[in-house]
Structures are given as C-alpha cells and as structure tokens.
Design a protein around this ligand. Structure first.
Ligand code: ADP
Ligand code: MG
Length: 321
C-alpha cells in the first residue's frame, strides 16, 4: 500500500540536473553548487492546527510547500530541493493525487525537485524540508536591523486571518466566490515571495517572513537585532477584498497587525535604499510598503496614523498557550 503511494509520487516528481539520485534509494544524493552555502528549512502542517479540516487536498499540498519556500525567501536563498514526510490516515490514492497537484505545481513553478521523503500511517500531518543556496555570508537574517532603518512589508496583510475567521464563521460551507473566497484563497494558497527575497540580498539589513502575525514577527527582528521597531498600523497595506469584507477600522488593524498566515516578507533597510527597494520590488513583481522605523531600545511599539500608541489585543499565534 505504502509502496503504491510512493510509486505515485515518484512517477510525478520532476528532477533537476543537480539531483544525482532522487526518490527510490535509501537517501538522495545531491550536488550542491561549489562556492554556495546550503540553506535548510522545515515546517510541519497538522490538520486542524495549520489548516482547517475542510481544506482541499490540493490546497494542503500547495501550502505545505509554500510555507517552506517562504522561509527560504526570508533568507534570500534560491530554493532547489525538497523532501516530504506524509502521515496519512488512510492510503487514499485520489487524495494523494490531488495533494500532489498542489504540491508539484508550486514545486515546478520554482524549479524545485522533490528528492525524497517518508510515508507513514497516522493522523493527517505533512512535514516538508526545503534546501536552497545563498552566496556565502549573504543570507538575510533576523539580527541585522540597524537604528534608522525603514521597516517594510511586501504584498498585503490580514487577508489570510480574515479568510480563517470567515471559514470558522460559515463552518462547512465553502465560500465560492467574491471577496470572501479571495480571502480564503490567501489562507489556503499563500504566495511565497521567493523572487523578492533574492532581490533583497545586498539591500535589506534584516528579513523575516510573516507567519505568526506582523507584530509578533517584528518582535523577533527587534529581539535578534537588539533594537526597537516602531510600526504604523495605519500604514499596513490592505487588499481590496479585506477592505470590502472588514469595514471596521479597528477590526481590520487587528487582523493586519496580529493575524497569522500572511507569508509576506517583513524587512528593514537603510533610508538611502528606498529607490533600490522599489526597483527590487518591481523586478520581483510584488509591491512593498514602508510601515515603520527602527529605533534604539527593544521590542515593538505600534502606533496609529496620528502617532498615538496602539495596543494589539493579542500578539500573534502561539501553539502552546
Ligand atoms: P526506507 O525504508 O529506506 O526509508 P521508504 O520506503 O521509506 O524507504 O522510501 C523509499 C523511497 O521513497 C526513498 O527514496 C524515499 O525518500 C522515497 N519516499 C518515501 N516517501 C516519500 C514521500 N512522501 N515523498 C517523496 N519521496 C518519498
Ligand atoms: Mg523511509
């Protein structure tokens, strides 16, 4: 049974020139490019925790790889290979095929080869590891923010959190179209900002991907860099769908500042780099917005457009609270 499933995966997985030996042996053999550093990330998605139970198999496949590619993007690394550990409640070939539709389409879009994994029986859980390359010493880190830097974010914030609250509110019924469906798609199919991450190398001082909520992730940069981040909650970029679905300003601020699952990049860069950043964003075809400044001190201070302090009701998602 397990071998049937693995055969299905193997038949569809694409390869690349630097894969010496892919799926089928005890381990993969990979040829890392000379002179590059290997950048490795791993993320697990558990049913009911990281995606609603009703999530379509293809969306789970997409998201499992997307959140990992987002981690490499946040490091400014170029993705190359991935491995996939699947825990499945039953050997359901149709489910696996749909899962692979989502997973492999995203892998192909980024030229990533699935080179191995593990397939076991158990509650639905998907663990992916991605491997990529960065020029020596040039990976984007959380600890490089400098006093005086601007704080930037890509894309729009709050869509996925709004999509989740709509999903929870309407329960089983999947929203079919309109703004609610757009928001749900942002939850189910995050877009890893890989090209932007690459374009930020040599420009950004620090970078993180926004997975737990903007302010929570900014706090990681502040902590690692030994600085304070000031964030203007009224400067956070909002999609049209979010503005249409959530007209209460305070509710929208909360979704944008504290909601999770955005998978945008948040980064700091010197003021002199503003033009370079806008060109990088154009090359990567994703808008970027300036949302704050780095100052001396520690932690994250959020304020509204008038400069008055803004207190989040809750800062990001924590698994063990
Ligand atoms: P072993 O017992 O030696 O670990 P497995 O039967 O687990 O062998 O795996 C056989 C081959 O199939 C290995 O190359 C492994 O990497 C690959 N494989 C197993 N499960 C997956 C999966 N979910 N995705 C990709 N490759 C997989
Ligand atoms: Mg194995």
């Amino acid at each position: 049974m397990e071998f049937d499933l693995i055969a299905r995966i193997r038949a569809r997985a694409a390869t690349r020139g630097d894969v010496v030996l892919g799926i089928g042996d005890d381990a993969a053999v990979l040829a890392a490019p000379v002179g590059m550093q290997l950048v490795v990330a791993m993320d697990t998605l558990n049913a009911g925790v990281h995606f609603p139970q009703d999530t379509a198999a293809a969306d789970i496949g997409h998201k499992a790889l997307a959140v990992n590619l987002s981690d490499l993007a946040a490091m400014g690394a170029a993705p190359a290979w991935c491995t996939l550990s699947l825990s499945l409640p039953q050997a359901d070939a149709a489910w696996l095929d749909a899962f692979l539709d989502g997973f492999l389409a995203l892998a192909d879009a980024h030229g990533v080869a699935l080179v191995g994994g593990d397939t076991t029986h158990g509650p639905l859980s998907v663990c992916v590891a991605v491997h990529g390359f960065a020029e020596p010493g040039r990976a984007l880190r959380r600890d490089g923010a400098q006093v005086g830097d601007d704080v930037w974010v890509s894309g729009t914030l709050g869509d996925a959190a709004a999509g989740l609250s709509i999903a929870l509110a309407v329960r089983a019924a999947r929203v079919e179209d309109g703004d609610a469906a757009t928001l749900r798609t942002r939850l189910d199919r995050p877009t890893p900002r890989v090209a932007l991450g690459r374009a930020l190398v040599g420009i950004a001082h620090a970078c993180i991907d926004v997975s737990d909520g903007l302010l929570a992730d900014c706090a990681h940069i502040a902590q690692s860099s030994g600085v304070a981040l000031g964030i203007d909650v009224d400067a956070l970029p909002a999609s049209t769908a979010l503005r249409m679905q959530v007209d209460d300003v305070e509710a929208r601020r909360q979704l944008q500042a504290s909601g999770g699952d955005d998978y945008e990049l948040c980064f700091t860069a010197p003021v002199q780099a503003r033009d370079a950043l806008q060109s990088a964003a154009r090359v990567a075809r994703v808008p970027v917005a300036r949302i704050g400044r780095v100052a001396q001190g520690q932690g994250v201070v959020a304020h509204d457009a008038s400069g008055a302090p803004w207190m989040p009701p809750r800062v990001g998602y924590r698994h063990f609270d």
